[in-house]
Each structure stands twice: as structure tokens, then as C-alpha cells.
Design a protein around this ligand. Structure first.
Ligand code: NDP
Length: 609
């Protein structure tokens, strides 16, 4: 499939819009930044640790010695375990808090959940497992089933311990192993550890005064309470029979809220949507997979599609390059390509290209604001639903029923931007703009610890390397890695995710790059008869210097955004949700890693026996 550029307005006043964006940001900036949220610990630990989907079966503590521990059983953990198995690792354990594989796709089962990205790119290992998604934006249940499929395909179930929370780990220099302590009393001694926590691992709650006081029912979107709402715990039916006579309030209009609201609107007695910052909501156009298209696919098609999507979402299309994905993520570059084509592909300086890109961003956002007017009937509601910021300030979304839901008589939108959030909760109501909105049930679609401190994100209290040094303390001063994965002073430990790596629009392809490289290092270390591998201080410092020298400075962009987890709630220390990326990008990073492996000396790594 390929597609045409979208119709955007002919004229816009960028200085006026920039000023409007600034005003919208300023009135949302809170002095307490990240501190505004309530962590899922202490009184709220159940929002993270309790499993509403599967009973926890008691078991004896495990005290064994293994080669590799993979912490996390979502896509990164599954890929890590699969690549380790391919590298010949037998004694492997995947330790996972959920009751099965899946990670976010295990936990997030709210009605309406779907992948917001092209499933043919996002769902990993399609060719290896012989699976084809049934539609372009696959349902959560289908993605969860794919996680289970990967687990079976690579024979990982026998290696998994579920319903187990890693509480801490420390390097034992005598044993030359990591000792992993869990909430099940385990003491697992692992030669190597791969941390695969994922970026949206740990739910957080909105810091609303009086949150303790509310006596009705409440839960987080990532721990859906089907016992209360009724419906099918796989999330597949989307039915919520017990809510037909309930007044439901939802807090949060991010990617989760956008998917949930249409389902709730159709099924509850009354729905009150508390919105602090509107998301941009594009046309979705979800379509079933065309079997004729599938027949045309050649081996290697998924990688080719991922490369194309990366160009559309981040890198930019080359002259004549087709947009294979054609969705919300590729719109700006698709439109830009058409304009460059019409202008005969002029030679532009980076500043000129940047200005052209910025204009396209403003045009697309203007189109999306116009879309609200064409759908939402009440002008005041339509005005409140318009997003005033640049495209990637907040995660863009697509949905063909979200905006329409605000035309329903049983749905109320409450704009809480003036008070920077819901003001207060009482025993039976939420207070906003001086009005009490009574509710039987409150759903927190309030997101995850994405840019918070690492111990909050990962949910592991301690990671102590050689000499008891805390990784979290070290990284609080400054993120430091070698190639993004390993850290001096922390032998045999590997991290995955947005830690000084090349950024890809395909998160699962990026994670596969990480874990494939890590599995290679583990395999090589073992093949060379070594028991430890660790970057030298000099190698780590050199990589951090490269990160600094190649940095693409997004500070200005992020500073101009409305607050959210993408820009660390707009705090002075502008920590991005993508960490500190390697400036030249994903493909160049791939080249760095491949070149390093090919050179064969494991340069910068210290091997120990
Ligand atoms: P987000 O962090 O994106 O959204 C949290 C929401 O809660 C925001 O709207 C926020 O408002 C609101 N909020 C927080 N505190 C308050 C308060 N005190 N009063 C009122 N509102 C408040 O979380 P999501 O769960 O929506 O999404 C998180 C991420 O999960 C996504 O960005 C995406 O990466 C992933 N995801 C992916 C999906 C997929 O299809 N692949 C689907 C769903 C989620 P404000 O914006 O003003 O801060």
C-alpha cells in the first residue's frame, strides 16, 4: 500500500500559534513536576503488585545457580530469552511479575485496547513464528496471544517463573554471580542478568488531594477490575455489563484514555472524562489484513517494512520512496516528501529543512484541530478537545470513535487545565472547577513511571554492583553506559531500553537489536572461557563522550511542550522519555555494534576468569 499526502490548511500564522502553544504550556506547568504523582507502593502497592487476572499459586523459594536471568517477560524479555537460547544458553530463567508472558500486554486488558502502531511492524518475530496479525492495529488480546506464541516457539515456558517480583540484586564478588532476591523468598545466583523492564512497567496514580478519601470503587487502567465492571477478562468482548447503572469517572486522556472512553461511553450510565491536556486524535482506519497482500510478501518483508516505517516516523523519506505504512506516525514526513518533490528536491541547509519540517508539524496539528470541529457538536467541548502543541509533545493517537463519544448525552468532558488537574476527591465525588462530580467508580488512566527515577520505573529497590555501589545512585548523577547496555562496576549486567542507544520508531526492533547484541556478548564471553565481562571505565567514558558530542539537541522542542512524561513533566532537568539517544540514529548505531562485533576483540570490555 502507498498513500497520498493529507490535506492540510493553506495558511497558518506560525508566530501566533507558537505564542498560543507557549500559553497552553505555561498554564499547565506545575512546580512539583514528577513529585505530583502517587507511586504504586506502600498503601498503593496493590496497583502494581496485585494480579486481577490470575491467582498467585504458592511455591517454595528457589535457590539455584543459573547462567542467565532475564528480568521481565514482555517483548524485550521474550526476545532476550529467545536470543540467549539461540546463543546456546541452557540454564536460563525469566523472572516476571505477571502470571504469564506479555508484559504490558499481560497487564493492560482494558476494553478497547489495541496497538497504536502498525502491527506488521510492531509485533516482533512474525516471520520466525509464522504468524500474521489479523488487522492493522491489532487488539491487545491478539498481541498477548502472540507473546505466548513466542514463549512456546522458543520453548521458554519451562524457564519462566511468573508472579515473582525482583526486590533487589547484588553482585557477589566471591561467587562472581548476581544474587537476586524476590518477593517469593528466592535467592537466585545468576552469572549474567539482562534487565528487560520496559518503559511502561509501573503504573502511577494522579496526585489528587483526598485520593484516599474516595469510598467508591477505583482502579488503574493497567489492572482492569473485570470482577467489578463485568465482561471478559481477556478484554476481547469489550463488554462491561456491571457498569450499565454506574456513574464512572476517568482521569487521563493519554493513549489509554483515548482507547477506553468510547467503550465506557457506550456502556456506563454516565461517564465523566477529566481532561488536563487533550491528545491529538487522528483518523484510524483500522483494516483487516488482506490475504492477497499477504500472498505478495517475500522473505524479509517485516524488516523491510520496519525500515520504511522508521523513515516515515523519524528519518524522512528519500525521493520516490513509498510510504508502506501510511498512518498517523508517517504523515509529516509523507507531506514533506510531496512538497520537496514539487520543489524539485532543492538542496536545503539543516536549518532550512528544520524550518520546513516545523511548518509541516504546525500544519498537521492545525488539521487535527480542525478535525475536532467537524466531529464534536458542542463548540465549547470542541474547543476544549483541541491540542495546542507540536506533534511529538504528547503521544499522538488515532481513533474513529473517541471524539464522537462527546456527542453522547451521557458523557461529560470536564476540562481541568485551569487547576492543573482534578482539585480534590471526596468520599463520593471529584471536585473540579468548584463543581462536585459524583461517581461510583473512578478509573485512573494516569500512566506509568516512564521518566521517573530508575528505581521507580523498574520497581527494583536495589541494584548493587562491585563494592555495593548502587546503579541508581550512579545514574542519578548521570546516565553512564558502554554502548547503552553495560556499566563499569556492574559485571555481567546488561540493561535494555532507552539508555544511550540509537533510537528507532520500531520499539520492538530496537529491543531486538539490544538483546541480540547482548546475547552475542554472553556467548563470546563463555566461548572465551571467561566468567565475567564488564566495560572498562575508559570505554564507558568514551561512549558517554560520543553521546554528548553527537547529541541532537531537542531541549528547545521539549521545553516548548506542554508537560507530560515525554519531557519529564517540564521539569528544569529535561529528561526525555527516550533517554540520551545516540545522535546519528538507529541504523548508524547498528553499524557501530556490528563493526564492534566483527572486529572480534571485544574492545573496551574486560574479561575475567
Ligand atoms: P499517559 O501518561 O500518556 O497519560 C496520563 C493521563 O493522566 C494524561 O492525560 C494526564 O494529563 C492525566 N493526569 C495525570 N494526573 C492528572 C491529574 N492530577 N488530574 C487530571 N489528569 C491527570 O498514560 P497512558 O496510559 O495514556 O499512556 C502511557 C503510554 O502507554 C503511552 O504513551 C504509550 O506509550 C503506551 N500505550 C500504548 C498503547 C498502544 O496502543 N501501543 C495504548 C495505550 C498506552 P496530562 O497530559 O495533562 O499530564
Amino acid at each position: 500500500m502507498t498513500c497520498a499526502p493529507t490535506q492540510t490548511p493553506d495558511a497558518i500564522d506560525i508566530p501566533a500559534l507558537r505564542e498560543k502553544y507557549r500559553q497552553e504550556r505555561d498554564r499547565r506547568l506545575r512546580h512539583d513536576g514528577q513529585g505530583q504523582f502517587v507511586a504504586a507502593e506502600g498503601d498503593y502497592a496493590e496497583y502494581y503488585e496485585a494480579d486481577p487476572y490470575k491467582p498467585v499459586i504458592p511455591r517454595e523459594p528457589i535457590r539455584d545457580e543459573i547462567d542467565v536471568a532475564v528480568l521481565g517477560g514482555g517483548f524485550s524479555g521474550l526476545l532476550a530469552a529467545a536470543r540467549c537460547r539461540q546463543a546456546g544458553v541452557e540454564a536460563l530463567r525469566i523472572i516476571e511479575l505477571g502470571g504469564d508472558f506479555g508484559g504490558v500486554w499481560y497487564w493492560n486488558r482494558y476494553p478497547g485496547i489495541q496497538c497504536d502502531n502498525d502491527a506488521y511492524c510492531y509485533m516482533p518475530l512474525l516471520e520466525e513464528t509464522g504468524y500474521m496479525p489479523t488487522k492493522r492495529f491489532a487488539d491487545g488480546a491478539e498481541i498477548y496471544a502472540h507473546c505466548q506464541r513466542i514463549g512456546r516457539h522458543f520453548d521458554l515456558y519451562d524457564h519462566a517463573i511468573f508472579h515473582t517480583l525482583v526486590e533487589g540484586m547484588r553482585w557477589d564478588e566471591d561467587l562472581k554471580r548476581w544474587r537476586i532476591a524476590t518477593n517469593r523468598g528466592d535467592d537466585i545466583k545468576a552469572r549474567f542478568v539482562i534487565l528487560c523492564g520496559g518503559p511502561t512497567n509501573r503504573p502511577k496514580l494522579p496526585g489528587i488531594p483526598g485520593i484516599h478519601d474516595f469510598k467508591g470503587h477505583k482502579f488503574h487502567s493497567a489492572r482492569w477490575d473485570y470482577d467489578y465492571t463485568g465482561g471478559d477478562p481477556t478484554g476481547a468482548s469489550g463488554r462491561l455489563d456491571n457498569l450499565h447503572d454506574k456513574r464512572v469517572a476517568i482521569i487521563g486522556t493519554g493513549a489509554t484514555g483515548i482507547q477506553l472512553v468510547p467503550w465506557l461511553g457506550k456502556q456506563v450510565k454516565h461517564l465523566t472524562v477529566f481532561q488536563r491536556t487533550p491528545s491529538s486524535v487522528n483518523h484510524r482506519g483500522n483494516t483487516p489484513t488482506d490475504p492477497e497482500w499477504v500472498k505478495t510478501l517475500q522473505p524479509g518483508w517485516q524488516k523491510e517494512r520496519q525500515v520504511n516505517f522508521h523513515a516515515g516516523a523519524i528519518g524522512g523519506f528519500a525521493p520516490g520512496q513509498s510510504d508502506l505504512v501510511c498512518d498517523l506516525w508517517t504523515e509529516i514526513n509523507r507531506n514533506l516528501q510531496a512538497k520537496m518533490q514539487a520543489a524539485g528536491w532543492p538542496q536545503l541547509s539543516p536549518a532550512e529543512y528544520g524550518a520546513m519540517y516545523e511548518r509541516e508539524d504546525y500544519l498537521v496539528m492545525e488539521r487535527l484541530r480542525g478535525r475536532v470541529d467537524t466531529i464534536v457538536e458542542d463548540p465549547a467541548t470542541a474547543a476544549a478537545l483541541k491540542p495546542w502543541y507540536r506533534f511529538m509533545c504528547k503521544r499522538p493517537t488515532s481513533n474513529d470513535e473517541y471524539l464522537q463519544t462527546f456527542n453522547r448525552p451521557n458523557v461529560t468532558l470536564v476540562d481541568v487545565s485551569a487547576t492543573q488537574g482534578v482539585e480534590r476527591m471526596t468520599a463520593d465525588a471529584l471536585i473540579a472547577n468548584g463543581t462536585a462530580y459524583e461517581a461510583d467508580c473512578v478509573i485512573f488512566a494516569s500512566g506509568f513511571e516512564v521518566t521517573s527515577d530508575y528505581e521507580k520505573r523498574w520497581g527494583i529497590k536495589r541494584v548493587e554492583g562491585r563494592g555495593g555501589v548502587s546503579l541508581f545512585d550512579m545514574w542519578r548523577r548521570r546516565l553512564q553506559t558502554f554502548h547503552g547496555f553495560s556499566v563499569h562496576g556492574f559485571p555481567n549486567l546488561f540493561v535494555t531500553g532507552y539508555t544511550q542507544v540509537g533510537l528507532s520508531a520500531n520499539v520492538t526492533a530496537m529491543l531486538d537489536q539490544h538483546v541480540s547484541h547482548i546475547a552475542w556478548i554472553i556467548g563470546e564471553t563463555r566461548a572465551r572461557g571467561a566468567v565475567t565481562v564488564e566495560p572498562s571505565r575508559a570505554a564507558m567514558d568514551a561512549w558517554v563522550r560520543i553521546i554528548d558530542e553527537t547529541k541532537v539537541d531537542m531541549t528547545q522542542y521539549q521545553r516548548e511542550c506542554t508537560p507530560g512524561y515525554y519531557n519529564n513533566e517540564g521539569e528544569a532537568e529535561l529528561r526525555s522519555n527516550v533517554g540520551e539517544p545516540y545522535g546519528p540514529g538507529f541504523d548508524a548505531f547498528d553499524g557501530v555494534l556490528a563493526g564492534w562485533r566483527d572486529q572480534g576483540e571485544m574492545a573496551g570490555m574486560m574479561l575475567g576468569r
